[in-house]
Design a protein. Structure first.
Length: 150
């Protein structure tokens, strides 16, 4: 089942169950996907839909700490609830150990031996971890591994 179809099925289920928070979050996700489809003038495949969901998750992650420091726990809880729903539809993130193993393989594939090869390694590695790992974390791990080897 395509991601957009799953969102619609889950939206209907949430509406029948009377789960307002989940319903509202799923409607927001569906609207974001539809907006992207209108902008591209074509339906989104699952990969593009996941990119939209990641963007929506990031929009909620950023103000979360601001709400906490401002003492707005009600808004922070709402953001956390929305993030939890969005996370259900995103691929499982890679752990640091998994990223390190992939980075070691990419370093070997790229033939990099020092920090000058970071770009080559990242070029090989990023398509493998796309959507499942933060680029900054991947870069830090690659730099650490290349720094150790030189």
């Amino acid at each position: 089942m395509a991601l957009t179809e799953k969102l619609m099925t889950d939206l209907k289920t949430a509406m029948r169950a009377g789960d307002q928070a989940r319903r509202d979050t799923l409607r927001m996700l569906r609207a974001a996907i539809q907006n992207e489809e209108v902008a591209r003038r074509a339906p989104l495949d699952d990969e593009a839909a996941i990119e939209v969901l990641q963007r929506e998750a990031k929009k909620r992650q950023e103000p979360l700490e601001v709400f906490r420091t401002a003492g707005r726990e009600d808004l922070a809880r709402q953001m956390e609830a929305e993030l939890a729903v969005i996370a259900e539809y995103l691929p499982q993130p890679l752990g640091a150990g998994e990223i390190e193993a992939l980075a070691r393989a990419a370093i070997a594939a790229a033939g990099a031996s020092d920090l000058k090869g970071v770009g080559l390694v990242m070029k090989v590695l990023m398509p493998q971890v796309k959507g499942r790992a933060d680029g900054r974390l991947v870069n830090e791990i690659v730099r650490r591994l290349l720094g150790e080897s030189s």
